[in-house]
Design a binder for this molecule. Structure first.
Ligand SMILES: Nc1ncnc2c1ncn2[C@@H]1O[C@H](COP(=O)(O)OP(=O)(O)O)[C@@H](O)[C@H]1O
Ligand code: SF4
Ligand SMILES: [Mg+2]
Length: 400
């Protein structure tokens, strides 16, 4: 669980434009990155939300990551758990982009890290390309890691400030035996930089010499260097200026189509995932509450939490904006160390009913066409048989 790159606390973060700097735009004209080109298996957003057919690359079953809460100085004892990820089932199809959204603290990053075994899951399993990676150890685990890479939110803290771009890129290649000789490695590095829109001259520069967007391009090149199949991008654009965000997202899309990559894109911003996702999963307090194709999720959200999240996203059309229903969530996100009983959303749900909601935890169930919802009353809410009401803010108990 320690594959995470060194952090850069000793860097001031002053942004200097690289001399001869590349434009921040997404006009990437680079040559194809060798070795990883996949077939054009439906990686473009087709509108129906399904990409790559049903060819599943990743299956997550009942995944749990519970962090122990320790107390005591001499005799440390576990006094409870943070249920960061608490029973997640999902599949990611080959060539698709699966967007994962939810409020900060709901477990998105931990799910991404658990999937790659950068943090050890405490339950469930992850099957990657028919291999159960939950049980892999040593060399086989290391090999499987090459095929699954992560892009981090803050490129400045995920790139070692003491390493040049060249050594950042070579590090991973070397670890996986992909630096085949001086000449060909050099050509490969240039090709990698080109594919993310950076010039050869970037090789001998250091992370602080680049702008935020350029640094994220380096982070992407580092991930691509080991020729992965799956990229988990954890809030890949949230640290970037709005003007640069679209360029980096366009680059990710273009690389996906060119290389046949599969993405899990994590974001708290629904606008980001909508643009690039085929399917979207909404997370609340450690588990998925809804999953649907991107179009369907936006056209007909069924879970009250998704409805509330979407109602907070501004709509460009002023008439629609004025008329649409706004759902304000009252009450704080409860602590994942002490999640509410029954439906975890019941303390904030404007549709909460007298029965089931605070006693029975709803399962994520298919309500038709692969649209999955974890709400006892999803159909009744959709049909208007039950309506929303005021929510009395409930006292959320402290952690322990
Ligand atoms: N290493 C850890 N030890 C203890 N708790 C953790 C650890 N990492 C994350 N958490 C907790 O798990 C919960 C989910 O965190 P995280 O996965 O980072 O959420 P998100 O990415 O959705 O913001 C949070 O309450 C967070 O404080
Ligand atoms: S199960 Fe009940 S509390 Fe949970 S989302 Fe549905 S209506 Fe709301
Ligand atoms: Mg996170």
């Amino acid at each position: 669980m320690t594959d995470e790159p060194a952090t850069t606390t000793d860097v001031t973060g002053t942004e200097r434009a690289a001399t001869g700097a590349t434009p921040e735009d997404g006009d990437v004209t680079g040559a194809q990155v060798a070795g990883t080109a996949g077939p054009d298996d439906g990686t473009s957003r087709s509108g129906d939300g399904a990409a790559g057919g049903d060819d599943v690359l990743v299956t997550v079953e009942g995944l749990e990551v519970h962090f122990p809460i320790k107390r005591g100085i001499v005799l440390e004892r576990t006094v409870g758990y943070v249920y960061a990820v608490d029973g997640v089932d999902l599949t990611i199809r080959r060539g698709e982009t699966y967007g994962l959204v939810g409020e900060s603290g709901c477990g998105k990053t931990t799910l991404g890290r658990g999937l790659l075994r950068l943090v050890e899951p405490t339950g469930g399993r992850v099957v990657f390309d028919d291999i159960d990676v939950s049980t892999l150890k040593g060399e086989r685990l290391r090999k499987s890691r090459r095929r699954m890479q992560m892009i981090f939110q803050d490129p400045l803290s995920s790139l070692d400030p003491r390493q040049s771009v060249e050594s950042i890129l070579i590090e991973g290649m070397r670890a996986h035996g992909l630096d085949s000789g001086k000449e060909s490695t050099r050509a490969r590095l240039v090709e990698l930089l080109d594919s993310v829109g950076l010039p050869e001259s970037a090789l001998h520069k250091y992370p602080h010499e680049f702008s935020g967007g350029q640094r994220q391009r380096i982070g992407i090149a580092r991930a691509l260097a080991v020729e992965p199949d799956l990229i988990v991008a954890d809030e890949p654009v949230s640290a970037l200026d709005v003007s640069v965000q679209a360029q980096v997202l366009n680059l990710l899309e273009e690389l996906q189509q060119r290389l046949g990559l599969t993405y899990l894109v994590i974001a708290h911003d629904l606008a980001v995932v909508r643009h690039i996702s085929d399917r979207i999963g909404v997370m609340y307090l450690g588990s998925l509450v809804e999953e649907a194709s991107s179009d369907e999720m936006y056209a007909e959200p069924m879970h009250p939490y998704t409805k509330a999240l979407l109602s907070a996203v501004p709509v460009p059309d002023p008439t629609v904006e004025d008329e649409r229903e706004q759902i304000l969530l009252t009450g704080d996100l409860p602590s994942p160390a002490n999640p509410p009983t029954g439906c975890r959303f019941h303390t904030r749900c404007p549709w909460k009913q007298e029965t089931l909601c605070d006693t029975d935890r709803p399962q994520l169930r298919d309500v038709g066409g692969g649209h999955r919802v974890a709400c006892h009353y999803a159909e009744d809410i959709l049909a208007g048989r039950i309506t929303s009401h005021e929510v009395e803010p409930e006292l959320v108990h402290p952690d322990s």
